[in-house]
Design a protein around this ligand. Structure first.
Ligand SMILES: CC(C)(COP(=O)(O)OP(=O)(O)OC[C@H]1O[C@@H](n2cnc3c(N)ncnc32)[C@H](O)[C@@H]1OP(=O)(O)O)[C@@H](O)C(=O)NCCC(=O)NCCS
Length: 201
């Protein structure tokens, strides 16, 4: 029998988060073949959320194994500051800034690690942001919608008024999903969209 479940993140899920992040890291498709270092993408997009804000991290399991997650940061500016002091310093020491002519995916992620999770302007109506990724075994069955609902409920519980996310134009599947589950466009950029959802708190 095939059993799916959404449950809160536990620290023992951390390696699975790295795997899921890499397995969906090419605009929703498997990015394993694109990276020399399998961890570099998860260092930026997945692990700091679960480590720094575990109360806003939930996993989807299939027969007990984590195959998806939704990860939130309650206050994007505060999260960016905490990453600067608690998360990025050892990574910046470990991963030297790549040469300017290095256009590899690894190099681009390492540049992001050196840049940090900074946000230019902060919108008080949408202080939180999220990431959601599910491996193919859990896609298309309503679990993504339930993960978003689970995180939205946890954010409402914290009194958070709104949440946003960024999605690349190439990821047409995710763009359609977000629009379908209640996100609207806050900004359109060359690279894609910033979508937002009010949480009614
Ligand atoms: C994008 C993703 C999170 C969606 O989760 P999912 O479990 O596949 O989607 P669900 O089955 O929960 O879909 C929920 C609803 O959205 C609809 N939907 C899903 N994809 C859609 C699309 N491309 N266009 C329109 N509607 C869509 C579904 O039909 C469903 O509608 P219903 O509630 O009326 O039945 C998931 O496919 C995924 O993780 N993909 C790979 C990683 C990724 O792209 N992450 C996002 C990075 S920004």
């Amino acid at each position: 029998m095939s059993t799916f479940e959404i449950r809160p993140y536990h620290p023992t899920d951390l390696t699975a988060l790295y795997r899921i992040c890499l397995g969906t890291g090419d605009s929703g498709q498997d990015a394993t073949h694109l990276y020399n270092d399998p961890d570099v993408i998860g260092h930026y997009y997945a692990a700091p959320y679960a480590v720094l804000e575990p109360e806003l991290a939930f996993v989807l399991t299939h027969n007990g194994h984590a195959i998806g997650y939704v990860l939130g940061a309650a206050d994007t500016a505060a999260f960016g500051h905490r990453c600067e002091t608690e998360w990025f310093p050892p990574l910046r020491a470990r991963y030297a800034m790549p040469a300017e002519d290095d256009t590899s995916r690894d190099a681009n992620m390492i540049r992001a690690i050196h840049r940090g999770h900074r946000r230019e302007e902060n919108d008080a109506a949408y202080p939180a942001h999220l990431h959601i990724d599910i491996l193919p075994a859990g896609q298309g069955m309503g679990w993504g919608k339930r993960l978003i609902q689970t995180l939205a409920d946890a954010m409402r519980h914290q009194g958070i008024p709104g949440v946003y996310l960024g999605v690349g134009r190439r990821n047409a599947n995710a763009v359609g999903f977000y629009q379908h589950v209640g996100f609207h466009t806050l900004q359109e950029e060359d690279w894609g969209y910033v979508f937002g959802m009010r949480l009614g708190t």
